[in-house]
Design a protein around this ligand. Structure first.
Ligand SMILES: [Zn+2]
Ligand SMILES: [Zn+2]
Ligand SMILES: [Zn+2]
Length: 248
């Protein structure tokens, strides 16, 4: 099982349009960007795109190169790419998603070639030797993280969320993961955000859990600026995600 992070940015991405902060300036000069958070999960028989905020999906993934798509939720930074993909002439593509009947704009009304399949919390679907279990998260829209099991290995992809619901946390505690990709949008800050983790939230969850390797994603420019001086504060198993990062 292999996961490639295609994007690791928050809804504004890095650099932020018009922002002159240190992190955005550095991102511009080095041309190292954070595109909308998304990933590609590959096994021998499956090639699953997780989230679709990238707007060049039709170029990146010619017809037949994906077996299906799984989306965490219907916020624009996670579904923008579907608006172009749907009008293609390619064979229908299955989109696994949370049970959010509102969806985003007219995606449900005009799905084109997309076949939405709403999943139920903690009920796995099995495809070609891979099990995909939706894990509810805490966000302003119904949101699923996904746990992928194949060949005795387990990878979890958990964004967008603030903390973890107790059931999801105990699910993860009972089933140690080889790798967790986790929402971490902000540096430490006083005001609690209702939708995303700060680095302190993630450090606390990490300390209280049995997670081995944890990769941060959905990273905003303020967190990037903070990390530039404080990366050494992260525990050994915690890695800052980057676009293009491949994890075997
Ligand atoms: Zn998001
Ligand atoms: Zn900035
Ligand atoms: Zn969101």
């Amino acid at each position: 099982m292999r996961m490639t992070l295609l994007g690791t940015g928050d809804a504004s991405g890095v650099p932020v349009y018009g922002c002159e902060c240190v992190a955005c300036g550095k991102a511009r000069t080095s041309n190292i960007r954070r595109l909308p958070s998304s990933a590609l999960l590959e096994t021998q028989c499956e090639r699953i795109l997780i989230d679709t905020g990238l707007t060049d999906l039709t170029v990146r993934f010619p017809p037949g190169t994906l077996t299906r798509i799984a989306i965490t939720h219907f916020h624009p930074d996670h579904v923008l790419g579907l608006f172009l993909l749907r009008w293609g002439c390619a064979p229908p593509l299955e989109i696994l998603c949370p049970p959010d009947n509102e969806g985003c704009a007219d995606l449900y009304k005009n799905p084109g070639t997309l076949k939405f399949k709403q999943l139920r919390p903690y009920e796995p679907v099995f495809v070609n030797g891979l099990s995909i279990t939706p894990l509810p998260l805490i966000h302003s829209k119904p949101t699923f993280g996904y746990c992928f099991d194949s060949d005795g290995k387990r990878i979890c992809y958990l964004t967008d969320t603030i903390g973890l619901p107790p059931e999801t946390r105990s699910y993860l505690m009972k089933r140690p993961c080889d790798l967790i990709v986790f929402d971490c949008s902000y540096p430490p800050r006083e005001k609690k955000n209702q939708n995303h983790n700060t680095i302190n939230d993630v450090l606390q969850i990490y300390a209280e859990s049995n997670f081995k390797q944890l990769v941060l994603t959905h990273i905003g420019h303020e967190l990037d600026a903070w990390l530039a001086n404080n990366k050494k504060l992260l525990p050994e198993g915690m890695i800052v995600g980057a676009d293009g990062m491949m994890i075997e």
